[in-house]
Design a protein around this ligand. Structure first.
Ligand code: ADE
Length: 225
């Protein structure tokens, strides 16, 4: 899978994309992530990429031309399954959408900045708009990092024990059950006995029950869906 990220702040993406599972997936050639600086396509000595909004109002708007040129250059090289704009007014991100995106070959992510982008980009170039939650970030980069991390961990083969991603919270519409490791007792707090029993059937039943209980308690909305 190839992911192209278009941004005015490539530095913001360096750390999230260079560690842990996302780094390993790139090292193994399972995912290729390319970050492009929109400013390289800006006009004039100052590489201008933003301008005042028509009709007035506070805040600068990202111009159409640099983004258009960059997107068209990339599209000339390969076909994209989706060109995604990260925005708080997009479709709310959830695990089913992550799973869906993870089977694509090429996706592009556009990060907005300033007050937003010229709306013609959204109308004519973007195929999907995604929000990571009902709050406003300073730009789309952190949202893009969240989306990439979520996608990469479910790309087939990325997590060696594939069941590991499949047992994440939300994969079956439930929160994950609690997990523990050694020591069996710390400070008088014991690990639930069933997990020490070695009885895999009982353990699986307990985990299922716990997942359901935690979901009922913490996220009843998931059960209504
Ligand atoms: N850009 C700014 N806020 C955002 C959000 N909540 N989700 C996605 N992109 C954003």
């Amino acid at each position: 899978m190839r992911i192209d990220i278009l941004t005015l702040l490539p530095e913001l993406l360096e750390s999230p994309l260079c560690h842990s599972i996302v780094k390993r997936a790139q090292d193994k050639g399972q995912v290729a992530i390319h970050v492009h600086n929109i400013r390289d396509y800006g006009k004039g000595d100052y590489r201008q990429v933003d301008d005042y909004a028509f009709g007035g109002g506070a805040g600068m708007v990202m111009q159409i031309e640099p983004v258009f040129t960059l997107i068209e250059n990339l599209k000339a090289e390969r076909t994209y399954d989706e060109i995604i704009y990260l925005t708080p007014d997009g479709e709310r991100l959830a695990q089913p959408m992550v799973n869906h995106l993870s089977i694509f070959t090429n996706i592009m992510l556009l990060c907005g900045h300033y007050k937003g982008i010229d709306h013609r980009i959204r109308e004519h170039l973007i195929t999907r708009e995604i929000s990571i939650g009902d709050y406003v970030l300073s730009g789309g980069e952190l949202a893009a990092a969240v989306l990439v991390d979520a996608i990469v961990r479910v790309v087939p083969g990325v997590i060696s024990d594939e069941t590991s991603a499949l047992t994440d919270s939300f994969q079956d519409g439930l929160l994950a059950p609690p997990i523990y490791t050694r020591p069996e007792e710390f400070n008088g707090w014991r690990v639930p006995e069933v997990l020490l029993s070695g009885n895999h059937k009982l353990i699986a039943e307990w985990q299922e029950e716990q997942a359901l209980e935690r979901t009922k308690l913490l996220r009843p909305d998931l059960l209504e869906e």
